[in-house]
Design a protein around this ligand. Structure first.
Ligand code: GLY
Length: 596
């Protein structure tokens, strides 16, 4: 059965089946040829691929790691097996992902990390988001007449590159929670970069689809299009420049990235980008800092859903959706019921309306964060969902705040790329980290063996509307609003689920629906992740093409929605901690869960 073949009828049937019978129901195969591409993987990794193909979670007792590529997962598993912490394992996973899944995340990007500390019982969130260079102006993404640039005219080249945050985040996580020697955490990625790794079907397909843009810059073209042709699945690809950069990080820490030859390479590449140069400078790199922020938590049923607050809109918007739905009984409706998806879709539209008006980098604009997820505010907004049909119109609400909020609605464009890592270590620490270079292959600029982000295009291209400022406008030093929603779900003060996904602003819908499927519909973590997607952000209902979600089309149209069938390529990676460890990896991508 193909990955698209799970149906709503099957989901409903699954919900009605006793747990012991569920394993014989519909299965979801991994992305085409994935297993073949990782034929050299360990027995455990092969077993994990089979589990995903059979739509079963991977089970373990002590530790678990879930990420987007088996080579990266195996690097993390090796660290955990040797007694390393979740933070140590994350460094190994991230550095390998930057090689084998370079289109999604890497040293040239940024990330948000949510950490549960088993010893203290505390949650911490770290903001390693890219920052706008000090020399940007509000007109960064506008033409001479003040009109917004076309998206890819802005993305491709130096203009969109923000100061990378990921290397500083790796160092900060290790400083706080590391147990393994720092240099050892780079061994796996350095070895694979020097000796070569096998190009996966997903990477090869994306290179082929983006060959024209990748071909515009000589360093990028030489790596991804050697001799002028796209790398092919199964090719062995070496990246000695990346090995050298990693060795610099291993030897000197983040200072080896933010100063010296790596930093010089970044600045020259951005400022010298042919046709579309940027303004990122050595000063921006030298000033970059990771920020600790308070975790943002919202109540849903008996859980607290916790994650990354501003500059991400992730936890606030997921929290609003779930907080609105907390007033409705979704378990009585079930996953195959269009009425459930009316509630989920319109809760999401209400939350996205608030997101567009209020959410941005709170170091630069006042954000009514606690007002947006205050129970009284959500209860009042939930009343808007009490009807039977799609809401004809959705407008932002008025959350409580002690500051004037004269804002215009945002129009940021976000296209999906990004990657999510979930890890539990042998001490019970939990890490949930979403990591990105923004669009697939970021700015398409490459230096030091890694791609540079295009994160600045997560800002609104317009700064004002009719003279009223937009919260997420471009400002020097500001961090662009994100949708990344790395989450840890707590119950009675204990972590019970780590989850997150790539997917641009659809990340929010993917994460919220997975939590609903797991909490309200009783799906295990793998089934919840595999559930066909139905996502509504701004009014149109997106249904995952070729899946059982299509069966909702008629009913949703009858409720008043415009419906669009399309690919919805999430990359959900989760760990359920309620009874041992159970991991799930998204069948829409190449990742696996591994644990012992
Ligand atoms: N660039 C994807 C995000 O930050 O949401």
């Amino acid at each position: 059965m193909t990955p698209k073949a799970i149906g709503w009828a099957a989901v409903a049937a699954l919900l009605a089946l006793p747990v012991s019978a569920q394993e014989t129901a519909d299965s979801v195969a991994p992305e085409a040829a994935t297993a073949g591409a990782f034929a050299g993987a360990s027995d455990a990794a092969q077993a994990a691929m089979r589990a995903k193909a059979e739509n079963r979670p991977v089970e373990a007792e002590d530790w678990m790691v879930v990420a987007a590529n088996p080579l990266a997962v195996e690097a993390g598993a090796e660290v955990l097996r040797a007694g390393g912490s979740a933070a140590d394992a994350m460094i190994a996973v991230q550095t390998v992902l930057g090689l084998v899944e370079p289109q999604s995340s890497g040293l040239g990007g940024g990330a948000f990390l949510v950490w549960y500390d088993a010893a203290s019982g505390e949650l911490t969130t770290l903001d390693g988001r890219e920052a706008a260079p000090l020399a940007v102006t509000p007109r960064l993404f506008q033409d001479e007449s003040g009109e917004p640039l076309g998206f890819f005219d802005a993305v491709v080249g130096g203009r969109s590159v923000g100061t990378p945050g990921t290397p500083a985040l790796l160092e900060e996580a290790h400083r706080r929670w590391g147990r393994s020697p720092w240099p050892s955490l780079f061994d796996a990625a350095i070895g694979l970069a020097r000796d070569g790794f096998t190009v996966s079907p997903r990477l090869a397909g994306l290179v082929e689809g983006d060959a024209e843009r990748l071909g515009r810059f000589p360093a990028t073209a030489a790596y991804f299009l050697p001799g002028g042709d796209p790398v092919q699945a199964g090719d062995t690809l070496q990246n000695p420049a990346y090995a050298q950069t990693l060795q610099m990080l291993a030897d000197k820490g983040a200072a080896g990235f933010y100063a010296g030859p790596v930093a010089t390479g970044i600045v020259q590449t951005v400022q010298g980008a042919p046709g579309n140069p940027g303004v990122l400078s050595a000063v921006d790199l030298a000033l970059y800092q990771v920020r600790e922020r308070p975790a943002t938590c919202a109540g849903f049923r008996s859980y607290d859903v916790c994650g990354m607050g501003p500059p991400s809109s992730g936890a606030l918007t997921v929290g609003q959706i779930l907080g609105l739905l907390d007033h409705y009984d979704l378990s009585a409706l079930g996953a195959g019921d269009a009425g459930a998806w009316r509630l989920i879709g319109d809760a999401s539209r209400l939350a996205f309306a608030d997101r567009g008006r209020y959410m941005a980098d709170s170091d630069f604009v006042p954000v009514p964060a606690s007002g947006l997820i205050a129970p009284a505010y959500l209860k009042e907004r939930a009343g808007l969902l009490a009807g039977d049909d799609a809401l004809p119109e959705v407008t932002p609400g008025n959350p409580a705040f002690d500051h004037a909020l004269n804002r215009a609605d945002d129009e940021s464009i976000e296209l999906p790329s990004t990657s999510h890592i979930s890890i539990v270590d042998g001490q019970g620490n939990v890490l949930s980290m979403t990591t990105t270079i923004e669009n697939g292959f970021g700015s398409r600029l490459m230096t030091g063996g890694f791609l540079l982000n295009n994160e600045l295009t997560d800002f609104s291209f317009r700064s004002h509307r009719d003279g009223v400022p937009i919260a997420n406008r471009v400002e020097p030093g500001k961090r662009p609003r994100s949708s990344m929603a790395p989450s840890i779900v707590m119950q009675d003060g204990r972590p019970v689920l780590a989850i997150g996904s790539p997917g641009g602003s659809r990340i929010i819908g993917y994460v919220a629906a997975t939590i609903i499927a797991w909490a309200d519909w009783g799906l295990d973590i793998q089934q919840a992740i595999s559930l066909p997607h139905a996502v509504n952000r701004f009014g149109t209902y997106d249904l995952e093409i070729g899946t059982g979600a299509e069966a909702l089309q008629q009913d949703l149209e009858a409720l008043g929605y415009e419906v669009n069938l399309r690919d919805l390529t999430s990359g959900l990676h989760g760990i359920d901690l309620r009874d041992g460890l159970k991991g799930g990896a998204d069948p829409r991508r190449e990742g696996i869960a591994l644990g012992e």
